[in-house]
Design a protein around this ligand. Sequence first.
Ligand code: SF4
Length: 358
Amino acid sequence: MVAGIGTDNRDRQAGWVCAYTPLEILLAAGLEPVRLFGSPGGTEDADAALNPNICPYVRACLQQGLDGRAPAAMVFAGCCDGIRRLYDAWSYCCQADFTFLMDVPRASLGGSAAMYNNSVGRLASALEGYTGREITARGLRKAIGARREVDGILTGFSEAMVRGYDPPGEESLRIYTDAQELPPADFISRYSSRGWGDGVAGGRSNGKPVVITGNLLASGALLEMIGDCGGSVAALDLCSAGRFPALTPDTGEAEPYPADRNGLLSYLARAYMSRTPCPRMLESTERHAHVLKLVIDSGARGVIYVPLMFCDSFLYDLPRLKDKVDAAGIPGLVLVSDYRDDNEGQMRTRVEAFMEML
Ligand code: SF4
């Protein structure tokens, strides 16, 4: 998944790795935000620079940088120790024109919101220094408008999946990935006129619905597998899918936005901090309730948990989340992922057995 990053456009792009990166500021700085999904294949070079017991997504991203397949500018929202190590290794091993490590609090209220607000302000100033271009209120409003449209399309798609829209495996992941790799205008022109299974009256197409919750998936292989085993995916609760949109009707105050630059930066800080929390955030009750709501609203018959190995945040949260879902009488399958599909055979056997059980 290294689409959109070519040698000719890497100078006008800014790479990012965590969904707590305020993309609107990168856009208002005149850069194209592109999420890194890592180099396909091995991470031999990255493993030489990072401890192998670090998150496989982090190592895949470093490998992408070492392969020269990353934007010239990189923003690292410090969501975990893995990303902070990535920043260190990147600054040391990769020839980047600009690198920035952003502080991200683990809670969304009180002093944490103020801390993130400052962090957002520092990012804006650093990008102005790098690009030599002022980030104006007008530029921010334009970026917020575009991103809001992208997140609106994604939210509509996620809701359609919960209602019963059942696109073939890869496709459901592709739309979320495109929203993180394509410039907003390109994404909007590609997806704004798409209908999402309107008229899926009476619920789901055919398969046994399941909810997937985790960090990131390296590919749609698992989604294809679920389809092959008579299942269908009702929701993709991943930071690279359903949890990605930040400017949704629930989080972003409607227009008129604040008039001035600082007001808009604070608006963004509030929106990003009030999105569906990921397991790194202290608001675990809210997060667990969100997963249970996806299960209930979609009529899902099971939950598949796909934590990345060595992801302390998700692996720490998993037992409590699973206990709550189990207590609701919903069976679960835990597939710890190495962010590669090397163990596809083993994974298929477990998915088949789980789907038969539902
Ligand atoms: S998956 Fe977990 S360990 Fe990896 S970057 Fe995300 S939060 Fe960090």
